[in-house]
Design a protein around this ligand. Structure first.
Ligand code: UPG
Length: 507
């Protein structure tokens, strides 16, 4: 009966509609409006779903950086915090090498979802590369290991000396290999920022390519440009706009100043090119500005970015050290570090893909380590680098998939995929927090001088600086060097010292 009534109503409506001239005019308009509304609603819901999907962390994509020593780790930390503060929705991964100290590993694990230890690829070990080898840059070849991060479907690599100025998640819409032109030779891409697709096949082809052809600049950029040699002509979509890799060289005026004036404000990633990095400057926290010391005065455009870098360091990185130090002070020596790391995370701990990105540490947080205006630089170094109970790496993973390469004797032997891998679903397991049982394969090679760098922080009310110091090799490292045939005949292993040791032994 109800159905009949409905039918009756429909009939009357049709009669009414078809019978009236007004209805004949109104009907298409109503249909059009209804269709438009349905279309808009569909678009709205689809878009919303897509947005909410992207708002969640996308677990199989990552921003990746590299830091082979404690000094570069300072850059990686600022980069990581800048990504977080701009709402990066992908995971953050930092590749480190064995010389990175336990303290820095612990701090890195507060900012990055994964701290992955890889082997140093040093072009000095490879004859074809040796022709153009420069020790400073050779280590950057280590970034090739990013292709072995196959738990991610796509990644964006950023050098540790880059700083993110706004959200750059859209880079994940690009394919491999997307990069910005190098300012020095725009037919080459610059390898400070690039989009890539992890693949073990590409990884081993890259290593093979390095061994077969070397690198025309002795570093990763030459190698990657000759490997992805069609970049300049094949696909314009793989050319990232320059605003994703704005080069800032110290005390060098920008070569195309009008363009900088016109487009500079749209920059999304800035890179501190060359030998003088932000961490080489002194910073005055009261003024919120780097201290110009006359040795390579920064130009105004660069100064703004340098100040921003230091501002982030001061407000969001320094508290992480402070926090760890506090925790270490409350942890008796030999105490196991609890799962989840050392104390409360300042920035973040390992989180699942659905957790919202952590917020930056509020700038109000007190950050001064020691308030001693006239203290000499060295006096606070141990405050940070030598604190107790920081000897346990927190959330540090070995790279599970670095295949060995005959050309690179220092490349890690492949580890079984069954090794604990942080899947990002929970905090680091006790396994991953435990000190490594066996030294990594690559630790048997002699670390390059730059790899032996540690940092000290000199902090006073009016000046802060990150100080590089060359770490004395441990007795274990000394022994390994000796066993590997790296003998310091003129110094530590000189005949006189050996004789003295023998004499002592024979007494
Ligand atoms: O001792 C080092 C040196 C470098 N790096 C890493 O490698 C990157 C590049 O090294 P950098 O000293 O910044 O080189 P630049 O001369 O500023 O950069 C150019 O030259 C490098 C070598 O080709 C390329 O990797 C860069 O992409 C390219 O912009 C750094 O940001 C770090 O991520 C380390 O981890 N440890």
């Amino acid at each position: 009966m109800r159905r009949n009534q409905v039918r009756g109503n429909t009939y009357r409506w049709e009669q009414l509609v078809h019978g009236s001239t007004v209805a004949k005019i109104v009907s298409p308009i109503v249909s059009l409006v209804v269709l438009t509304l349905v279309g808009a609603a569909t678009r709205y819901f689809t878009q919303n779903r897509r947005n909410s999907c992207f708002r969640r962390n996308v677990a199989d994509q990552a921003f990746v950086t590299l830091a082979t020593n404690d000094v570069c780790c300072q850059g990686a930390l600022v980069l990581g915090q800048s990504l977080r503060s701009h709402g990066a929705t992908r995971r953050l991964v930092v590749l480190i090498t064995p010389p990175v100290s336990h303290l820095l590993r612990a701090v890195l694990s507060r900012v990055f979802d994964e701290v992955v230890e890889v082997n140093v690829i040093n072009s000095a070990d490879c004859i074809p590369l040796a022709r153009t080898w420069t020790p400073e840059l050779g280590v950057s070849l280590t970034k090739l290991h990013c292709w072995a991060l196959t738990r991610y479907s796509k990644c964006v690599f950023l050098d540790a000396d880059t700083l993110v100025l706004s959200n750059i998640d859209e880079l994940f819409d690009r394919g491999e290999l997307s990069a910005a032109p190098d300012p020095g030779w725009p037919d080459c891409f610059n390898t400070s920022v690039f989009v890539f697709q992890p693949s073990l096949e590409t990884h081993s082809r890259l290593l093979q390519h390095a061994a077969d052809h070397g690198s025309f600049d002795g570093a990763d950029q030459g190698l990657l440009n000759s490997f992805f040699s069609s970049w300049s002509t094949a696909d314009i979509h793989k050319h990232l706009p320059f605003i994703y890799n704005l080069s800032m060289a110290y005390n060098m005026a920008y070569t195309y100043h009008p363009a900088f004036k016109q487009f500079g404000s749209a920059a999304k990633v800035v890179r501190f090119l060359g030998c003088r990095k932000p961490w080489s400057y002194k910073y005055n926290p009261q003024m919120g500005s780097v201290v110009q010391d006359g040795t390579g005065t920064a130009i105004p455009q660069q100064l703004a970015f340098l100040n921003l870098w230091w501002n982030i360091y001061h407000s969001s990185v320094l508290p992480l050290f402070e926090n760890l130090r506090n925790v270490a002070e409350h942890t008796s020596p030999g105490h196991a570090v609890p799962p989840g790391g050392l104390g409360e995370p300042c920035a973040r701990s390992v989180s699942g893909p659905t957790e919202p990105p952590p917020t930056e540490v509020p700038p109000e947080k007190p950050v001064v380590v020691e308030e001693t205006p006239s203290c000499p630089k060295e006096c606070h170094q141990e405050d940070v680098t030598g604190g107790p109970a920081t000897g346990t790496p927190a959330g540090v993973l070995r790279d599970p998939i670095s295949p060995p390469s005959p050309q690179f004797s220092d490349v890690t032997e492949a580890e079984t995929p069954s090794q604990p891998v942080d899947n990002g679903e929970s905090g680091p397991s006790e396994d991953t927090l435990a000190p490594r049982q066996a030294p990594p394969a690559e630790a048997t090679r002699e670390p390059a001088p730059r790899d032996m760098l540690e940092v000290g922080l000199a902090v006073s009310v009016s000046a802060m600086s990150i100080e590089e110091k060359v770490r004395e090799p441990s007795p274990e490292e000394e022994r390994r060097k000796w066993e590997d045939g790296h003998i310091d005949y003129l110094g530590r292993d000189g005949f006189a010292r050996i004789q003295a040791k023998l004499d002592r032994f024979l007494q």
